[in-house]
Design a protein around this ligand. Sequence first.
Ligand SMILES: [Zn+2]
Length: 299
Amino acid sequence: MAIPMIHHPGYTIELPERHPFPMRKFRVLREQLATPAIDRVADWMQPEPAERAMLARAHKPEYIDAFLTGRTDPTAQRRTGFRWSEDLVERVRLETAGTVLAVEAALAQRLELNTAGGTHHAHADAGSGYCLINDIAVAARHALACGWAKRILVVDLDVHQGDGTAGLFEDEPAVFTFSMHAGTNFPARKRQGDLDIALDKGVSDAEYLRILENTLPRLLSEFNPDLVIYDAGVDVHTLDRMGHLDLSDEGITRRDTYVLQTCREGSIPVAGVIGGGYDRDIGALAQRHSRLFTAAATL
Ligand SMILES: [Zn+2]
């Protein structure tokens, strides 16, 4: 069966030379996914920029207006890691719409992947840590509001805690936030999610997978979601500049395959986003992100 995969050339914008965010990875990932194995299964779709009302599903009106018009102050901009620009706004609107489309397509097709997304540090009233609008929260709220889903499990395996998502859903019983991350990583002040597993520095493949295998099936059976939103951040990789864990390439493939397979066995649709990954070698980084797509294609 075809797997909807979502990409937009506008996911990548120009940043100043030496900017630490690997903005080119989205474009390179899409180029790397032009393989016979992916082409056989991929049904590529392009999102339209999310409207203001969509962003308002998860964010305060004052924050959205400031973000859309560039009226966020320099301190707030520094906290996000990006200087405001119209291109940046367009990029964020596309990425958010990509995840909303992912959720919609996943509910129809069982599995869908966005070549961006996972901006889990964005809060209702502020951006943080390269995250301006919380695409996971917007998509989850939209799915609930449209009646597409009644119980949503967020499986956030990015190496950083999904503090924005945890805060946005702390009073929302229809969304369960699960984050497994390195305890020593950003953000320094974690927000309490529904289940947080803080791993020690240096955890590698076998221990990581053991913990995941001891947790995910239990969550699926106890919370009984009708949709999983999966943040497949690859900053868990041993060579990542910002992670504190030691997963290998193969470990990432095993992790992604395990999540997709386990949800499939439970007949639970999955919308996957690529999450974080920080490496100056953009080719190697995109290759790590491509493992999610290859895992989906070979299920
Ligand atoms: Zn991360």
